[in-house]
Design a protein around this ligand. Sequence first.
Ligand code: ACO
Length: 379
Amino acid sequence: MQETIHRGLVGVVADTTEISFIDGDQGELSYRGYDISELTEASYEEVVYLLWNGELPNAAELSAFRDELAPLGALPFEIVDRLRCARPDTEPMHLMRTAVSNLACHDPNPDEVDAENVRRIGHRLLVQFPTIVSTIERLRHGLEPVDPDPELSIAGNFLYTLTGERPTEAATHVMDVALVLHAEHGSNASTFTARTAASSLTDVYSAVTAGVGSLKGPLHGGANEAVMRALEEIGSVENAEPYVMETLAKPHGRVMGFGHRVYRVLDPRAAILARVAQKLARESGESKYWEMSLEIARVMEREMAKRQRAVAPNVDFFSASVYRMLGFPIDMYTPIFAVARISGWMAHLYEQYADNRLVRPLLAYEGPKGKKFKPVSSR
Ligand code: ACO
Protein backbone atom coordinates (compact mmCIF):
# COMPACT_ATOMS: atom_id res chain seq x y z
CA MET A 1 0.00 0.00 0.00
CA GLN A 2 1.35 3.47 -0.93
CA GLU A 3 1.43 5.56 2.25
CA THR A 4 1.14 9.35 2.19
CA ILE A 5 3.80 10.73 4.50
CA HIS A 6 3.14 14.07 6.21
CA ARG A 7 6.58 14.97 7.55
CA GLY A 8 6.22 17.22 10.59
CA LEU A 9 2.48 16.36 10.41
CA VAL A 10 2.13 19.30 7.99
CA GLY A 11 -1.53 19.82 7.13
CA VAL A 12 -2.74 16.93 9.31
CA VAL A 13 -5.94 17.65 11.23
CA ALA A 14 -5.63 15.38 14.27
CA ASP A 15 -8.81 16.23 16.19
CA THR A 16 -11.38 18.95 16.83
CA THR A 17 -11.13 21.78 19.37
CA GLU A 18 -13.32 24.60 20.64
CA ILE A 19 -10.51 26.55 22.30
CA SER A 20 -8.89 28.73 19.63
CA PHE A 21 -8.96 29.38 15.89
CA ILE A 22 -6.12 30.51 13.63
CA ASP A 23 -6.59 31.80 10.10
CA GLY A 24 -3.03 31.62 8.82
CA ASP A 25 -3.81 33.30 5.49
CA GLN A 26 -5.54 36.30 7.05
CA GLY A 27 -3.28 36.51 10.12
CA GLU A 28 -6.15 36.09 12.58
CA LEU A 29 -6.27 34.42 15.99
CA SER A 30 -9.24 34.11 18.29
CA TYR A 31 -9.78 32.46 21.65
CA ARG A 32 -13.28 30.97 22.00
CA GLY A 33 -14.52 33.33 19.28
CA TYR A 34 -12.94 36.55 20.61
CA ASP A 35 -10.33 38.22 18.42
CA ILE A 36 -6.96 38.33 20.17
CA SER A 37 -6.61 42.10 19.73
CA GLU A 38 -9.78 42.63 21.80
CA LEU A 39 -8.57 40.32 24.53
CA THR A 40 -5.50 42.44 25.23
CA GLU A 41 -7.97 44.74 27.02
CA ALA A 42 -8.64 41.93 29.53
CA SER A 43 -6.58 40.69 32.46
CA TYR A 44 -4.82 37.33 32.12
CA GLU A 45 -7.22 35.81 34.70
CA GLU A 46 -10.23 36.78 32.57
CA VAL A 47 -8.63 35.18 29.52
CA VAL A 48 -7.73 32.00 31.41
CA TYR A 49 -11.32 31.78 32.63
CA LEU A 50 -12.46 32.19 29.03
CA LEU A 51 -10.10 29.48 27.75
CA TRP A 52 -11.08 27.07 30.51
CA ASN A 53 -14.83 27.72 30.64
CA GLY A 54 -15.81 28.88 27.17
CA GLU A 55 -17.00 32.38 28.12
CA LEU A 56 -15.61 35.50 29.77
CA PRO A 57 -16.45 35.76 33.48
CA ASN A 58 -18.82 38.31 34.96
CA ALA A 59 -17.56 40.29 37.96
CA ALA A 60 -18.72 37.70 40.52
CA GLU A 61 -17.26 34.78 38.57
CA LEU A 62 -13.94 36.59 38.14
CA SER A 63 -13.75 37.44 41.81
CA ALA A 64 -14.52 33.82 42.79
CA PHE A 65 -11.87 32.56 40.34
CA ARG A 66 -9.28 34.97 41.79
CA ASP A 67 -10.20 33.90 45.34
CA GLU A 68 -9.73 30.24 44.40
CA LEU A 69 -6.30 30.93 42.91
CA ALA A 70 -4.99 33.31 45.59
CA PRO A 71 -3.81 30.75 48.18
CA LEU A 72 -2.29 28.29 45.68
CA GLY A 73 0.80 30.07 44.34
CA ALA A 74 3.42 29.23 46.99
CA LEU A 75 5.70 26.25 46.34
CA PRO A 76 6.24 23.32 48.73
CA PHE A 77 9.52 23.99 50.56
CA GLU A 78 10.97 20.73 49.19
CA ILE A 79 10.66 22.09 45.64
CA VAL A 80 12.45 25.29 46.66
CA ASP A 81 15.17 23.20 48.34
CA ARG A 82 15.70 21.10 45.22
CA LEU A 83 15.96 24.23 43.10
CA ARG A 84 18.46 25.57 45.61
CA CYS A 85 20.62 22.47 45.19
CA ALA A 86 21.02 22.82 41.41
CA ARG A 87 24.23 24.10 39.90
CA PRO A 88 23.85 27.90 39.73
CA ASP A 89 24.52 27.91 35.98
CA THR A 90 21.75 25.40 35.20
CA GLU A 91 19.55 26.64 32.38
CA PRO A 92 16.22 27.83 33.86
CA MET A 93 14.13 25.67 31.49
CA HIS A 94 15.83 22.53 32.89
CA LEU A 95 15.03 23.68 36.40
CA MET A 96 11.48 24.54 35.45
CA ARG A 97 10.80 21.19 33.78
CA THR A 98 12.24 19.39 36.81
CA ALA A 99 10.23 21.47 39.29
CA VAL A 100 6.97 20.84 37.43
CA SER A 101 7.62 17.11 37.39
CA ASN A 102 8.54 17.25 41.08
CA LEU A 103 5.25 18.89 42.04
CA ALA A 104 3.57 15.52 41.45
CA CYS A 105 5.51 14.14 44.43
CA HIS A 106 3.86 16.73 46.69
CA ASP A 107 0.32 16.17 45.48
CA PRO A 108 -1.72 13.54 47.35
CA ASN A 109 -3.73 12.75 44.20
CA PRO A 110 -1.52 13.31 41.15
CA ASP A 111 -2.85 10.51 38.95
CA GLU A 112 -6.62 10.62 38.58
CA VAL A 113 -7.65 12.23 35.31
CA ASP A 114 -11.33 12.84 35.99
CA ALA A 115 -12.46 16.39 35.17
CA GLU A 116 -12.51 17.56 38.79
CA ASN A 117 -9.01 16.41 39.65
CA VAL A 118 -7.52 17.67 36.39
CA ARG A 119 -9.03 21.11 37.03
CA ARG A 120 -7.82 21.09 40.64
CA ILE A 121 -4.26 20.52 39.39
CA GLY A 122 -4.73 23.10 36.61
CA HIS A 123 -5.59 25.81 39.15
CA ARG A 124 -2.46 25.05 41.15
CA LEU A 125 -0.13 24.91 38.15
CA LEU A 126 -1.49 28.19 36.78
CA VAL A 127 -0.26 30.11 39.82
CA GLN A 128 2.70 27.90 40.73
CA PHE A 129 4.32 28.37 37.31
CA PRO A 130 5.10 32.09 37.89
CA THR A 131 6.42 31.30 41.37
CA ILE A 132 8.69 28.58 39.98
CA VAL A 133 10.21 31.03 37.49
CA SER A 134 10.70 33.86 39.99
CA THR A 135 12.12 31.43 42.57
CA ILE A 136 14.66 30.11 40.03
CA GLU A 137 15.72 33.66 39.22
CA ARG A 138 16.06 34.76 42.85
CA LEU A 139 17.89 31.66 44.07
CA ARG A 140 20.57 31.90 41.40
CA HIS A 141 21.31 35.42 42.57
CA GLY A 142 21.54 34.30 46.19
CA LEU A 143 18.17 35.85 47.10
CA GLU A 144 15.44 34.14 49.10
CA PRO A 145 12.14 33.40 47.32
CA VAL A 146 9.23 35.78 47.89
CA ASP A 147 5.78 34.30 48.52
CA PRO A 148 3.00 35.55 46.23
CA ASP A 149 0.75 38.29 47.61
CA PRO A 150 -2.90 37.12 47.52
CA GLU A 151 -3.97 40.69 46.75
CA LEU A 152 -2.07 40.80 43.44
CA SER A 153 -2.99 39.44 40.02
CA ILE A 154 -1.00 36.67 38.32
CA ALA A 155 0.92 39.24 36.24
CA GLY A 156 1.47 41.46 39.29
CA ASN A 157 2.57 38.54 41.43
CA PHE A 158 5.03 37.37 38.84
CA LEU A 159 6.75 40.76 38.90
CA TYR A 160 6.43 41.02 42.68
CA THR A 161 7.89 37.59 43.44
CA LEU A 162 10.69 38.27 40.95
CA THR A 163 11.79 41.65 42.35
CA GLY A 164 10.34 41.70 45.87
CA GLU A 165 8.81 45.09 45.02
CA ARG A 166 5.20 45.88 44.21
CA PRO A 167 5.06 46.46 40.45
CA THR A 168 3.68 49.59 38.79
CA GLU A 169 0.31 49.40 37.06
CA ALA A 170 2.01 50.06 33.72
CA ALA A 171 4.45 47.13 34.13
CA THR A 172 1.63 44.83 35.30
CA HIS A 173 -0.41 45.80 32.23
CA VAL A 174 2.44 44.98 29.82
CA MET A 175 2.90 41.64 31.60
CA ASP A 176 -0.84 40.94 31.32
CA VAL A 177 -0.72 41.64 27.58
CA ALA A 178 2.29 39.34 27.12
CA LEU A 179 0.57 36.55 29.09
CA VAL A 180 -2.68 36.92 27.14
CA LEU A 181 -0.90 36.84 23.78
CA HIS A 182 1.15 33.74 24.65
CA ALA A 183 -1.64 31.83 26.42
CA GLU A 184 -2.95 29.65 23.64
CA HIS A 185 -2.20 28.75 20.05
CA GLY A 186 -3.97 25.63 18.90
CA SER A 187 -1.99 22.53 18.06
CA ASN A 188 1.47 24.04 18.42
CA ALA A 189 4.37 21.66 19.20
CA SER A 190 4.19 21.87 23.00
CA THR A 191 0.40 21.70 23.20
CA PHE A 192 0.29 18.76 20.82
CA THR A 193 3.04 17.11 22.87
CA ALA A 194 1.04 17.61 26.08
CA ARG A 195 -2.15 16.29 24.44
CA THR A 196 -0.30 13.31 23.01
CA ALA A 197 1.16 12.44 26.41
CA ALA A 198 -2.28 12.80 28.03
CA SER A 199 -3.82 10.56 25.40
CA SER A 200 -2.23 7.54 27.08
CA LEU A 201 -4.22 8.66 30.16
CA THR A 202 -1.03 9.47 31.98
CA ASP A 203 -1.28 12.14 34.70
CA VAL A 204 -1.38 15.94 34.24
CA TYR A 205 2.12 16.48 35.65
CA SER A 206 3.63 14.08 33.10
CA ALA A 207 1.73 15.72 30.23
CA VAL A 208 2.66 19.26 31.31
CA THR A 209 6.30 18.30 31.90
CA ALA A 210 6.39 16.97 28.33
CA GLY A 211 4.90 20.28 27.14
CA VAL A 212 7.59 22.28 28.96
CA GLY A 213 10.28 20.13 27.32
CA SER A 214 8.84 20.75 23.87
CA LEU A 215 8.44 24.49 24.42
CA LYS A 216 12.16 24.78 25.24
CA GLY A 217 13.30 24.07 21.66
CA PRO A 218 14.60 26.99 19.56
CA LEU A 219 12.13 26.28 16.75
CA HIS A 220 9.27 26.83 19.22
CA GLY A 221 9.24 28.78 22.52
CA GLY A 222 13.03 28.89 22.75
CA ALA A 223 13.08 31.20 19.73
CA ASN A 224 12.52 34.31 21.90
CA GLU A 225 15.87 33.75 23.62
CA ALA A 226 17.55 33.08 20.26
CA VAL A 227 16.13 36.36 18.91
CA MET A 228 17.62 38.36 21.78
CA ARG A 229 20.98 36.63 21.47
CA ALA A 230 20.96 37.48 17.76
CA LEU A 231 20.07 41.13 18.53
CA GLU A 232 22.96 41.28 20.99
CA GLU A 233 25.30 39.77 18.41
CA ILE A 234 24.14 42.26 15.75
CA GLY A 235 24.69 45.14 18.18
CA SER A 236 23.70 48.06 15.91
CA VAL A 237 21.19 49.00 13.22
CA GLU A 238 23.99 49.11 10.59
CA ASN A 239 24.91 45.48 11.30
CA ALA A 240 21.34 44.21 10.89
CA GLU A 241 21.32 43.90 7.09
CA PRO A 242 24.71 42.11 6.82
CA TYR A 243 23.60 39.73 9.60
CA VAL A 244 20.38 38.81 7.79
CA MET A 245 22.15 38.39 4.44
CA GLU A 246 24.87 36.19 5.96
CA THR A 247 22.28 34.08 7.76
CA LEU A 248 20.19 33.60 4.63
CA ALA A 249 23.30 32.69 2.61
CA LYS A 250 23.85 29.61 4.81
CA PRO A 251 22.15 26.37 3.78
CA HIS A 252 18.72 26.39 5.52
CA GLY A 253 19.79 29.56 7.37
CA ARG A 254 17.10 30.73 9.76
CA VAL A 255 16.59 34.24 11.10
CA MET A 256 15.06 33.52 14.47
CA GLY A 257 11.64 35.00 15.21
CA PHE A 258 10.53 34.65 11.58
CA GLY A 259 8.39 32.03 9.91
CA HIS A 260 5.51 29.94 11.14
CA ARG A 261 3.92 26.63 10.26
CA VAL A 262 0.44 28.16 10.12
CA TYR A 263 0.76 31.90 9.37
CA ARG A 264 1.45 32.91 5.77
CA VAL A 265 1.29 36.58 6.79
CA LEU A 266 2.22 38.58 9.90
CA ASP A 267 1.41 36.76 13.15
CA PRO A 268 -1.26 38.98 14.80
CA ARG A 269 0.47 38.55 18.17
CA ALA A 270 3.66 39.99 16.66
CA ALA A 271 1.72 43.01 15.39
CA ILE A 272 0.43 43.74 18.91
CA LEU A 273 3.80 43.13 20.56
CA ALA A 274 5.48 45.41 18.02
CA ARG A 275 3.26 48.25 19.23
CA VAL A 276 4.11 47.41 22.85
CA ALA A 277 7.85 47.33 22.03
CA GLN A 278 7.60 50.67 20.23
CA LYS A 279 5.81 52.27 23.20
CA LEU A 280 8.32 50.88 25.72
CA ALA A 281 11.20 52.06 23.55
CA ARG A 282 9.74 55.56 23.40
CA GLU A 283 9.03 55.71 27.13
CA SER A 284 12.34 54.22 28.27
CA GLY A 285 14.54 56.00 25.75
CA GLU A 286 16.13 52.60 25.03
CA SER A 287 15.21 52.33 21.36
CA LYS A 288 18.21 50.34 20.07
CA TYR A 289 16.57 46.90 20.08
CA TRP A 290 13.34 48.26 18.61
CA GLU A 291 15.22 49.98 15.76
CA MET A 292 17.32 46.89 15.05
CA SER A 293 14.16 44.77 15.02
CA LEU A 294 12.55 47.12 12.49
CA GLU A 295 15.62 46.96 10.25
CA ILE A 296 15.75 43.13 10.39
CA ALA A 297 12.03 43.00 9.55
CA ARG A 298 12.57 45.37 6.60
CA VAL A 299 15.42 43.31 5.14
CA MET A 300 13.58 40.03 5.74
CA GLU A 301 10.45 41.33 4.00
CA ARG A 302 12.51 42.29 0.94
CA GLU A 303 14.48 39.02 0.85
CA MET A 304 11.54 36.69 1.47
CA ALA A 305 9.56 38.47 -1.28
CA LYS A 306 12.49 37.89 -3.68
CA ARG A 307 12.54 34.22 -2.72
CA GLN A 308 8.72 34.00 -2.86
CA ARG A 309 8.57 32.72 0.71
CA ALA A 310 5.64 33.50 3.01
CA VAL A 311 7.84 34.25 6.02
CA ALA A 312 7.00 37.10 8.43
CA PRO A 313 7.78 37.95 12.07
CA ASN A 314 6.22 35.59 14.62
CA VAL A 315 5.30 36.19 18.29
CA ASP A 316 8.87 35.58 19.47
CA PHE A 317 10.38 38.34 17.34
CA PHE A 318 9.00 41.30 19.26
CA SER A 319 8.46 39.58 22.63
CA ALA A 320 12.27 39.42 22.90
CA SER A 321 12.72 43.21 22.90
CA VAL A 322 9.64 43.70 25.09
CA TYR A 323 11.14 41.36 27.72
CA ARG A 324 14.48 43.11 27.38
CA MET A 325 12.89 46.46 28.09
CA LEU A 326 11.04 44.97 31.07
CA GLY A 327 14.46 44.01 32.42
CA PHE A 328 14.19 40.21 32.27
CA PRO A 329 17.39 38.19 31.76
CA ILE A 330 17.49 36.40 28.39
CA ASP A 331 17.32 32.85 29.73
CA MET A 332 14.06 33.76 31.52
CA TYR A 333 12.22 34.49 28.26
CA THR A 334 11.18 30.91 27.52
CA PRO A 335 10.19 30.17 31.14
CA ILE A 336 8.01 33.31 30.95
CA PHE A 337 6.44 31.87 27.80
CA ALA A 338 5.64 28.73 29.83
CA VAL A 339 4.05 30.89 32.57
CA ALA A 340 1.55 32.01 29.93
CA ARG A 341 1.18 28.77 27.97
CA ILE A 342 0.26 26.65 31.01
CA SER A 343 -3.27 28.04 30.60
CA GLY A 344 -3.46 26.84 26.99
CA TRP A 345 -1.96 23.45 27.84
CA MET A 346 -4.51 22.97 30.61
CA ALA A 347 -7.43 24.01 28.38
CA HIS A 348 -6.31 21.34 25.90
CA LEU A 349 -5.83 18.73 28.61
CA TYR A 350 -9.40 19.35 29.79
CA GLU A 351 -10.54 18.70 26.21
CA GLN A 352 -8.27 15.70 25.72
CA TYR A 353 -9.19 13.86 28.92
CA ALA A 354 -12.90 14.61 28.42
CA ASP A 355 -13.02 12.79 25.08
CA ASN A 356 -9.81 10.84 24.75
CA ARG A 357 -8.43 8.76 21.92
CA LEU A 358 -4.85 7.47 22.06
CA VAL A 359 -2.61 9.46 19.68
CA ARG A 360 -0.66 6.90 17.73
CA PRO A 361 0.39 7.78 14.17
CA LEU A 362 2.39 5.50 11.87
CA LEU A 363 5.91 5.67 10.46
CA ALA A 364 6.75 4.31 7.01
CA TYR A 365 9.43 1.69 7.58
CA GLU A 366 12.48 2.08 5.29
CA GLY A 367 14.98 -0.22 7.04
CA PRO A 368 16.14 -3.70 6.06
CA LYS A 369 13.88 -6.73 6.27
CA GLY A 370 14.29 -10.51 6.53
CA LYS A 371 17.67 -10.59 8.26
CA LYS A 372 18.64 -13.83 10.03
CA PHE A 373 19.71 -13.80 13.68
CA LYS A 374 23.19 -15.14 14.50
CA PRO A 375 24.35 -15.77 18.09
CA VAL A 376 26.97 -13.30 19.38
CA SER A 377 29.77 -15.91 19.07
CA SER A 378 29.29 -16.09 15.31
CA ARG A 379 28.91 -12.35 14.54
N1 ACO B 1 14.47 32.44 8.28
C1 ACO B 1 14.72 32.33 6.97
N2 ACO B 1 14.00 31.58 6.13
C2 ACO B 1 12.94 30.93 6.64
C3 ACO B 1 12.62 30.98 8.00
C4 ACO B 1 13.42 31.79 8.84
N3 ACO B 1 13.17 31.93 10.14
N4 ACO B 1 11.55 30.22 8.23
C5 ACO B 1 11.21 29.68 7.05
N5 ACO B 1 12.04 30.11 6.08
C6 ACO B 1 11.96 29.83 4.63
C7 ACO B 1 13.04 28.93 4.15
O1 ACO B 1 13.31 29.29 2.82
C8 ACO B 1 12.40 27.58 4.19
O2 ACO B 1 12.93 26.75 3.24
P1 ACO B 1 14.32 25.93 3.51
O3 ACO B 1 14.01 24.96 4.62
O4 ACO B 1 14.56 25.26 2.22
O5 ACO B 1 15.36 26.90 3.90
C9 ACO B 1 10.95 27.87 3.88
O6 ACO B 1 10.71 29.17 4.38
C10 ACO B 1 9.97 26.90 4.51
O7 ACO B 1 10.22 26.87 5.90
P2 ACO B 1 9.99 25.59 6.77
O8 ACO B 1 11.10 25.46 7.75
O9 ACO B 1 9.70 24.42 5.88
O10 ACO B 1 8.71 25.90 7.57
P3 ACO B 1 8.18 25.03 8.77
O11 ACO B 1 6.73 25.22 8.81
O12 ACO B 1 8.67 23.64 8.72
O13 ACO B 1 8.89 25.71 10.03
C11 ACO B 1 9.46 27.25 11.69
C12 ACO B 1 8.36 26.73 10.76
C13 ACO B 1 10.08 26.08 12.43
C14 ACO B 1 8.82 28.17 12.71
C15 ACO B 1 10.52 27.98 10.85
O14 ACO B 1 9.94 29.08 10.18
C16 ACO B 1 11.70 28.44 11.68
O15 ACO B 1 12.63 27.67 11.89
N6 ACO B 1 11.66 29.72 12.20
C17 ACO B 1 12.71 30.19 13.08
C18 ACO B 1 12.44 29.74 14.53
C19 ACO B 1 11.29 30.48 15.15
O16 ACO B 1 11.21 31.69 15.10
N7 ACO B 1 10.42 29.71 15.81
C20 ACO B 1 9.27 30.26 16.56
C21 ACO B 1 7.97 29.95 15.87
S1 ACO B 1 6.60 30.67 16.75
C22 ACO B 1 6.43 29.69 18.11
O17 ACO B 1 6.66 28.52 18.10
C23 ACO B 1 6.00 30.32 19.36
